[in-house]
Write a protein that binds this ligand. Sequence first.
Ligand code: SAM
Ligand code: SF4
Length: 322
Amino acid sequence: MTDPFGRSIDYLRISVTDRCNERCLYCMPEGYKGWAKRTDHLTAAQLIAVARAASRLGFTKFRLTGGEPLLRDDLLEIAQGIGALENLHSLGLSTNGTRLAPLAAALAAAGVRSANISLDALDPVAYRRITGGRLDEVLAGIDAALAHGLFVKLNTVLMRGENEHELPALVRFASARRIPIRFIELMPLTRTDVLTPANFLSLPDTRAILESALGPLAPLPDYRAGHGPARYHEGRDLPGSRIGFIGALSEQDFCATCNKLRLTADGKLRPCLGRHGELDLAAALATGQLDAAITEAIAQKPEKHEFLENYAPDRPMTAIGG
Ligand code: SAM
Ligand code: SF4
């Protein structure tokens, strides 16, 4: 399907829960209590019905996210339902990795092909300060995902004063395992007070930090790892490394290649991460008119996000789906 700006929309990111067992500084600060009740979440059958309707309309790429998707008891059922869709090109998972080790085999068997695993630091103290979680669990999750044949990528959100000293080590870690790593600029999601000039670490500054520690990075304009907006580089002294940059704020043309819709855990289609508009699927789920609702959400996709226009988030990132 094509949106009003000529972009082909074929990627649905499905938030299966807004709950999380971590509380990353930039996503779900400690003490946050606004989670949807479990009964507010779409059921597995409803999530699969939305994915099936999207598939009929030409969507071929699906991602299970949250919140932390591995907290959901029926995640394997959801993965199996989506994994069985005709014309499926990819089914991925975004996870903090802390609960991945015991589940990686079953997820792979259920049809999940790739895992984007968040990793903001390799120092356990820094990791805990940023996420509230345990690094050893994440590292075990990465090992398990690789052992079970999942295509793994790492995601690192950039925060000055929190993890800029970790960035070269993260690249070496990823490169040693032949895993792409993506550095993501902080976005004003969840709370505006997190994105301050003191906290914000831009892509150009990140690149300078990496080059001074690791040597020059060469752009790989034709390399793609999945279906996201990252632009990849290779370290001259780290052959085979794949270092991606995602800069919603620094890159002028960030939205030009947007290919996705988001489905929130409580059943809203969200055309853009950085704009408030949402389309409630309650009526469409009741009547089965999901194709029309998805078509309408694509028609509502704006040209650009509003992050640079004093955007004030209306609901936390965990409730939208990263
Ligand atoms: N819990 C899973 C995880 O951490 O990967 C999946 C959901 S999380 C919301 C998805 C991605 O969004 C993660 O890579 C996370 O780092 C990123 N994210 C969350 N808040 C962000 C923010 N304010 N700016 C940039 N990225 C953010
Ligand atoms: Fe949880 Fe992921 Fe948000 Fe961190 S980024 S609080 S792990 S949903």
